[in-house]
Design a protein around this ligand. Structure first.
Ligand code: PMP
Length: 455
């Protein structure tokens, strides 16, 4: 028998196969995916394929240090093993449940949150996204007070659903459907660029006094609430001066309005304290309603609204139904319990403080070298710098910021640009080691130097 010798089939080398796969995926995205995203609308790579801890990896196997914590939801680290174990357990027991009956995981999660939050914030209900929780919080405030009008500082981000986008003043409003007539902006405590050209503390919170003159002038006698982040993240890492939140709460209560704190991005340890409305010295301003989201789900979609017995009783007696098909599902609730366990047992607030300290050390040293850095601010592992062309005029350095962000991304460091590119925001997950912070800052310093040198 003669053996036939077949010519060797030319095999595509592995790198070429990945290139082809990426091209095919991007072509499919171009054909089938919706754009209109927060940071880019381009159909370009990289295409991310996996993640672990503080590193995300693209299809080609390139690693990126993720100082954006995914979309801020991986603040405990991507694919944390305890979150994965909780999800696996839910897969083996119960993924989804009847929303009108209690299930084990949702009760356990509500109890954990109730124990963790300061009194009288004890009663929780769960939503799917951050916007969802803020919509629910505003609904509670309106029913409880009988009012309609809601207000938020002019650098806020509360979500992109209809009601929350009406109160998202940091941007992303163009082409939106008509805004709710009951949603208004008040002045944010943006001290680096004070809208009243005053300075703290001699201003005596003049921004709040001016804001409430506007609140009273615009009101039809039906004010319901102010919703605020305790530190404005998407609006440019703007950290209100101490005492601002307490004064805001007093001004709300004087008018029978509720204070809603949107702690969705800032809660559960990220700012170096358990919640964003608690300062490092322990001073706390307990709101009437608080919302959590982002890393509450440890990487899966989960949000919460927590309020007092009194508010819960009144709105339920008024006949309010809050059910969402998936809101009390065992899977996200199990992830939420694991997330709280991690925050408490791994002391995420302490990790956030350590990461923030190290980041600040690097940024402060760079600020001494480069006049482009006009301001360094933030708390815990949420740190921002504002770039200016001139430290006196404070002309924002939009192009420089966008260029630095683009080059750092190409060099394997992810962070976000806000306020048109003039604010760079660094949010490393709690899994980040100090040497990863150093590594990220080394990349950043190199790119900063190049851009400042015009090369
Ligand atoms: N509130 C804050 C403070 C946020 O940062 C975000 C998301 N960036 C939201 C609300 C909206 O959350 P989601 O996108 O999950 O609706």
């Amino acid at each position: 028998m003669t053996t036939v010798e077949y010519p060797a089939v030319p095999t595509e080398d592995a790198a070429a196969a990945v290139d082809r796969r990426e091209r095919e995926l991007l072509a499919a995205a171009q054909r089938y995916s919706f754009r209109g995203r927060i940071d880019t609308s381009a159909f370009s790579g990289p295409v991310f394929a996996s993640a672990r801890g503080s590193v995300v990896t693209d299809l080609h196997g390139n690693d990126y240090l993720d100082f954006n914590s995914g979309q801020m939801c991986a603040a405990l680290g991507h694919n944390h093993p305890r979150i994965l174990a909780a999800i696996q357990e839910a897969c083996a027991t119960m993924l989804h449940a009847h929303s009108s009956h209690f299930n084990v995981k949702e009760i356990e999660l509500a109890a954990r949150l109730g124990e963790l939050l300061p009194d009288p914030l004890t009663r929780s209900l769960f939503g799917a996204s951050g916007a969802d929780a803020n919509e629910l919080a505003l609904l509670l405030a309106r029913i409880y007070t009988g009012g309609r009008e809601v207000f938020s500082p002019h650098v806020s981000y509360h979500g992109l659903s209809a009601g929350t986008r009406s109160l998202t003043f940091a941007g992303w409003r163009r082409s939106h459907d008509p805004q709710s007539g009951d949603a208004h902006a008040i002045l944010a405590p943006y001290c680096y660029r004070c809208p009243l050209a005053k300075s703290f503390p001699s201003c005596g919170f003049a921004c709040l006094d001016a804001s409430f003159e506007l609140v009273d002038a615009q009101s039809t006698g039906q004010p319901a609430a102010v919703i605020t982040e305790p530190l404005f993240s998407a609006g440019g890492v703007i950290d209100p001066p101490q005492g601002w939140l307490a004064r805001l709460r007093d001004l709300c209560h004087e008018r029978g309005m509720l204070l809603v704190v949107d702690d969705e991005q800032t809660g559960l340890g990220k700012l170096g304290t358990m919640f964003g409305f608690i300062d490092e010295d322990g001073t706390e301003v307990v709101p009437d309603i608080v919302t959590l989201a982002k890393h509450l789900g440890g990487g899966v979609d989960l949000s919460s609204v927590t309020t007092t017995d009194e508010i819960e009783a009144k709105v339920v007696d008024a006949g309010l139904t809050v059910t969402r098909s998936h809101s009390n599902d065992p899977l996200p609730c199990a992830a939420g319990i694991a997330s709280i366990d991690i925050v408490v047992e791994e002391d995420v607030p302490a990790k956030a403080r350590a990461l923030g300290r190290r980041l600040r050390e690097h940024l402060t040293a760079l600020g001494e070298k480069f006049d482009l850095i006009g301001d360094i601010r933030g708390r815990g592992m949420l740190i921002g710098i504002e770039l200016v062309r001139d430290r006196d005029s404070k002309e924002p350095a939009y192009d420089e910021g966008n260029e630095i962000g683009r080059r750092c991304f190409e060099a394997g460091l992810i962070f976000s640009m806000r306020r048109g590119g003039s604010v760079l925001r660094f949010v490393p997950p709690a899994s980040t080691t100090l040497s990863q912070v150093d590594q990220g800052m080394e990349t950043f310093a190199k790119v900063l130097e190049e851009v400042c040198a015009g090369s």
